[in-house]
Design a protein around this ligand. Sequence first.
Ligand code: GLN
Length: 307
Amino acid sequence: MASVQAALHQGVEQLRTAGSESARLDAELLLAHVLGTDRTTILAHPEAGVGEGQMRSYEEALRRRSAGEPVAYLRGVKEFFGMAFTVDQRAFIPRPETERLVELGLERCIAMLTAAPRPADSSPVQVLDVGTGSGAVAVALAAALRRRGFHDTVRFLATDSSGPALALATENAVGHGVADVIRFREADVQAEDLVDGPYDLVLANLPYVPSDLVPQLPVAASFEPSVALDGGADGLVLIRALMEQLPGLLAGRGCGLLEIGSDQRHAVAQAADELLPGWEVSVHDDLASLPRVAELRPPRPDDRPVR
Ligand code: GLN
């Protein structure tokens, strides 16, 4: 019987040869997955045995990973915002940079909930998550609010143009115990069928990769639904479609938080200037100090120019 150590050695060699930049981590995650345990356990027990059936499953996973399939799809799980999300080819895999969108959403929700005393009969803060995919943003935010004791004070509508993605998002909401505060609905930003406002917060990680750059993304991205990445000719087609709808979606003191590409700061500011004249626009950096989230706020009535 092969040992964990020998299996890891074989996996690292194979993945390195195939060009993986994270060969050791990938091999550890995949071996732990087929053994039904976690990385820490296999690292602590290098002498443990790997059964024949487990070895076959591991070799199959190594073969698929060598062909570029993302580790997250092979394991069926991706960690995001400290939580484990179910992932598969129905939706795009949540990226670490999108945690910034959740953090900002959480700050804005808490500010709204704590700015003034809230009578017991106050209506909940309303959040719209556009293009929810695996549901990671809405589910992580709902769970984080619940952990902070804001149970039932925030309600979500999460939309996506893909029915299969919404089914996955629903599984994640149920798995994390927040399905009671999130409604899911099939809707297409470009068809302008987002309704039911006003919302206090609109969050979106829409596709923003320019069409002709999609084929140049790392091979792992070719396993993901391309509609989740392809943002049209300049990458901003869906973001602009959402911007146009923001005035009709947002409550007066609400705000929009849109994830953008790190090179889109100026293009997004320009689009906002054209489509949302007078709105306040700021761009927040992610943990890698790259521009990542555009925040858009409607002008306050008293900020409007005097005629
Ligand atoms: N940042 C993502 C990537 O690298 C793109 C995300 C998106 O289009 N929303 O693949």
